[in-house]
Ligand binder design. Structure first.
Ligand code: NAP
Length: 297
């Protein structure tokens, strides 16, 4: 089992005092199938959260539109009153349709309601970090984010939010955002096979801004690669552990939030922080992203 000393080291968000362990936990998988309704095993979901915290994870990623509301309610049931130093990062900017679709919800009223829903369902007086989610799951679009971000900046001034981040954004939208308010983190789709944000990550690292990849294990389409399988076998690790270790070594500003509803997978994922990848293995893994990019173009 992992312990609190081997979670990939620390990273402190700009303007925050508490360091985050680089190995965190993404809570989306705790809702029911298709991120809708309650999970089949609520006690199992609670056990996953409690074990993550017990071994030292202090960064949980969530949203009130997971379930909707269900994931935040389970987090509250499992962990409230929250231990000192736990940072719960949430997202606003989307809602769920009756058909389980993911719909933009970026109007002033929708954003204000979403912040209050998160506060109520998590049982908090202020949200530590709120990401404004703008693009779609597959990638960003290039519309201006000034209006919705200005609403969140106001809620931050009112004390309901401590720090702001952005999700599903381009580097141009990030530059626009920085003229409006301080941004501490970016959450975009990135993993060993999906490397569109390579240059963006390096630019954020230079500014001390965290990059938090979603779908670090491939998300709804788990990573599949013979290179990953062969490397994992050579290291007596699993392919998912190698994918997470690669991310930790990719850049010091990368924070991980792998999602799982399974205690076994949680333990496996957290242990990946102890896996050191030698340079020749990193080079082999880099070829996965290159060939994936060639296939896409
Ligand atoms: N900003 C956004 O738009 C956005 C979008 C998507 C997700 N997110 C956030 O990012 C977090 C991570 O993304 P994600 O959960 O969608 O994708 P992910 O972490 O890439 O993968 C999760 C999937 O991998 C499986 N898995 C986890 N660990 C495994 C292991 N060791 N071996 C084999 N399978 C394993 C999980 O199933 P089991 O439950 O069976 O382990 C689940 O099906 C989410 O929890 C959410 O907080 C944000």
């Amino acid at each position: 089992m992992s312990n609190s000393t081997d979670l990939g080291g620390n990273f402190t968000l700009l303007g925050a005092s508490m360091p985050l362990k680089r190995m965190g936990y993404g809570a989306m998988q705790l809702a029911g199938p298709q991120v809708w309704g309650p999970p089949r095993d609520v006690e199992g979901a609670i056990a996953v959260l409690r074990e993550a915290i017990a071994v030292g994870v202090n960064h949980i990623d969530t949203s009130d539109y997971y379930g909707p509301h269900v994931t935040n309610q389970i987090i509250k049931q499992a962990l409230h009153p929250y231990p000192d130093g736990l940072v719960i990062v949430t997202k606003v900017g989307a809602r769920r349709g009756e058909d389980k679709s993911w719909i933009h919800a970026l109007s002033r009223q929708e954003l204000v309601n979403a912040v209050h829903d998160n506060l109520r369902n998590l049982g908090l007086d202020a949200l530590a970090v709120v990401n404004l989610r703008v693009g779609g799951m597959a990638g960003p679009s290039e519309e201006s984010i000034e209006e919705p971000l200005t609403v969140l900046a106001e809620l931050k001034r009112q004390g309901l939010i401590r720090h702001l981040g952005l999700s599903n954004i381009s580097s141009a939208q990030f530059a626009e955002a920085q003229k409006i308010t301080a941004i501490v983190c970016v959450q975009n789709f990135y993993n060993v096979a999906h490397r569109i944000d390579d240059r963006f990550i390096d630019g954020l690292a230079a500014q001390g801004i965290a990059y938090v990849p979603f779908f670090p294990l491939g998300g709804f389409s788990p990573l599949q690669s013979s290179v990953l399988d062969n490397v994992a076998a050579s290291l007596q690790a699993t392919p998912m552990q190698v994918a997470l270790a690669w991310l930790l070594q990719r850049s010091p500003n990368i924070l991980l939030i792998p999602g799982t509803s399974s205690l076994q997978h949680l333990r496996e994922n957290l242990s990946a922080a102890t896996l050191q990848l030698p340079s020749e293995i990193i080079a082999a893994l880099d070829s996965i992203g290159q060939s994936a990019n060639q296939t896409a173009t």
